[in-house]
Write a protein that binds this ligand. Structure first.
Ligand code: NAD
Length: 363
């Protein structure tokens, strides 16, 4: 099969981790007889430096013309002082909106080999951590009007959180459908005790529940959910929530599985052309040192094969290679056990070595 992949290396550790994912894709292409053609796309701080724009229209077009987008991460200290509408993250929001990618899927699953890397107590981890956060991605407060103005002699700022029923319904349907393919439990997370947008959310999710009689729907307030994720993550199967709540909860969920560097994500709309990226940011504190964990990005590439290219076998072989690497005791710094005795049984590796060892294990 021939596929065109738009590649956004971005800023910070972005280029290092994307390089490893490309090596992995090239090995898959070799073994399974595919041809992956990569089109480079400038986005984020590097695009601001080069084009004065975090995602020029021509770059967005390269993405919408592709079969899917593989993204590292964008942003960094250097661009923190540029005006709000020109920040690197604006490129990310423009990309998601331009691709119509309204549904972001972030698995929180603990790899058994990394159980001791979870900051949770062993008895909690042993109950199992395996759930998915389905996050609405192109609406809510990140896309509402942002205003900073002077009122009564004081500067004030506001951000509008806005959702309509259609936007809520389409993401909640993805939540139900995801639950149908798993353990048939959907938890809808909102803040309906305070926010109108959440009251509408709750009304809409219940109005379509009868279309999915096999799924058990529950409601949870976002503050309680943040607590339950660390208290008893085994209770969750699929969580569906709005943009900002999903952003925050999925970072929390990633930490309990060991490291933010391990978690991939997919963002899809009404076509199979999606955006695939690790859930972490550009990690400027470790950029350029060849110590970042590339596994979240490599697993994002596997998700791209599975969900956009219908290449389940190929995705399985990447995931198996990652599992084999962990079985063999290789760990990047972020997933090294903190217990010195356990650490003695592991081998610490850097980003490029991690990529190479995974490529070696792909059969
Ligand atoms: P971050 O996710 O970049 O880093 C948080 C912590 O996790 C840091 O200590 C970092 O070293 C560590 N970390 C992250 N990824 C890692 C990996 N693969 N391997 C090992 N350790 C890893 O979040 P931040 O520090 O809040 O943000 C840094 C920049 O990234 C900011 O400019 C932010 O706006 C941007 N950001 C971008 C995206 C994106 O591109 N999708 C997402 C979040 C944040």
């Amino acid at each position: 099969m021939k596929k065109n992949i738009a590649v956004i290396r971005g800023d910070g550790i972005g280029p290092e981790i994307i390089e490893q994912a490309i090596l992995v894709l090239n090995k898959i292409a070799d073994i399974y007889g595919h041809s992956f053609n990569y089109t480079e796309v400038d986005m984020g701080g590097c695009a601001i430096d080069k084009w004065g724009d975090p995602l020029p229209d021509e770059m967005l077009k390269r993405c919408t013309d592709s079969d899917s987008v593989l993204l590292g991460a964008v942003g960094g200290e250097k661009w923190n002082s540029v005006p709000g509408n020109m920040r690197p993250e604006k490129g990310l929001l423009k990309l998601r909106a331009g691709m119509g990618a309204y549904s972001n899927n972030r698995p929180a699953k603990i790899w058994p080999q990394l159980a001791s890397a979870s900051p949770l107590r062993k008895e909690i981890v042993d109950r199992g951590i395996d759930f998915i956060i389905v996050r609405e991605l192109i609406g809510g407060v990140y896309f509402g009007e942002h205003k900073t103005e002077e009122v009564d002699g004081m500067i004030q700022a506001s951000d509008l959180l806005i959702y309509n029923e259609k936007e809520i319904e389409r993401i909640c349907r993805i939540g139900f459908e995801t639950a149908q393919k798993r353990n048939k439990k959907l938890c809808s997370v909102e803040k309906s005790n305070v926010l109108d947008s959440s009251r509408l959310w709750k009304k809409v999710v219940h109005s379509i529940a009868s279309d999915y009689p096999d799924v058990m729907l529950t409601d949870m307030l976002v503050d309680n959910c943040a607590m339950q994720i660390v208290k008893d993550p085994s209770q969750f199967d699929v969580i569906v929530t709005e943009n900002m709540f999903g952003d925050i909860l999925s970072d929390e969920a990633s930490m309990i599985t060991g490291s933010i560097g391990m978690i991939p994500s997919s963002s899809l709309g009404s076509t199979t052309c999606g955006v695939y990226e690790p859930i972490h940011g550009s990690a400027p504190d470790i950029a350029g040192k060849d110590i970042a964990n590339p596994i979240g990005t490599i697993l994002s590439a596997a998700m791209m094969l599975r969900f956009s290219f219908d290449m389940a076998k190929e995705a399985d072989s990447i995931e198996k290679a990652v599992s084999d690497l962990l079985d063999d005791g290789y760990r990047t710094g972020d997933i090294m056990p903190s217990d010195p005795e356990e650490a003695k049984l592991c081998k610490k590796i850097g980003c490029s070595e991690c990529g190479r060892l995974i490529v070696e294990r792909i059969k």
